[in-house]
Design a protein around this ligand. Sequence first.
Ligand code: ACO
Length: 332
Amino acid sequence: MTEKKIFIRSTGSYLPEKVLTNKMLKEMVDTTDEWIVSRTGIKERRIALENECTSDLGVKAALKALAGAKILIEEIDLIIVATLSPDYIFPSTACMIQKKLGATCPAFDVGAACSGMLFALSSAKSFIASGQYKNVLVVAAEKVSSFIDYTDRSTCVLFGDGAAAMIVSDKAGFKESLQVGEIVLGSDGQMHKSLEIPAGGSVLSARNSSTTTKDHFLKMDGKVVFKHAIQRMASSIKECLDQSDVSEQQIDYFIPHQANDRIIDALLKRFSIKIDRVHKTLESTGNTCAASIGICLDHYLDQKVKMDQNILLTTFGAGFTWGSMLLKRERQ
Ligand code: ACO
């Protein structure tokens, strides 16, 4: 029996209007544009308004993806949302997006931090392959600024808000779509302390936590995260290419997690992927966590990925979690 083909019919993304530049951060913490650019490659990032929440960003990206696929919300069978900055601990951000889109289908969140988009796409692929659903709306949305301490220079320079969405379907749609290939996922809970928001859950409840230690904000051991991000993304890329029988030289578009230029440079040293095939948005978005690879993919799809071209996406996040995925431009 031939394997059922699964497609990404369309993508959409949304970035809030408000820009936070390195120069503006210099007024807030002891940092410089030179330090931020040389250590990360980030020049500015977008920040959502006070009254704009994660689901609002997700809805804006979802509406673009729905329009791109020329598909009505009534035709969506399932909504999966990836986020590490949800509207609430519960209900899920997926339920908030479902309500705002006027959908009535099932909806749930996946919790895989910055790798959430790939975990959500893998779930969508399986639901469609099993025949349970035909059209799945996958959204990755982050108002991570709500969880950042803007007096902590080691983290506040890194992150930005934004959202991405994709329509995953058993049909290619009215024009060439992206065929979903191999998806490789991984997790290692041993390292959870290296990147976390310590308070607000059942380990350190809002009742017992202290606002002076700022435990409701994102905490990170940058050096540990840096080292593991390179190792884990590199091994998952290799595994994904091996399983797909695609060589490094056959990668036409490489979209790594948009966290840090130096992580991307270190990854490239391990593979013979040409530099002109690497695509980045981090200079103007910062690290938008689960939304990062989706925003980047949406941005570069506009530049006409040609038939039969291979796109490799890879990501890494808290947990630790990681993954890689291969897409190919193809007709049904
Ligand atoms: N401006 C100026 N100085 C700073 C800043 C800043 N914004 N931040 C830290 N420093 C200082 C430190 O205090 C330290 O000073 P000290 O030597 O006097 O103590 C010095 O710079 C060096 O600090 P390091 O932490 O050693 O800097 P490093 O070279 O490791 O770079 C960075 C820090 C950029 C955070 C790096 O570790 C990194 O990129 N880590 C990966 C982070 C990441 O990408 N996380 C996200 C991936 S997972 C996800 O997306 C959720």
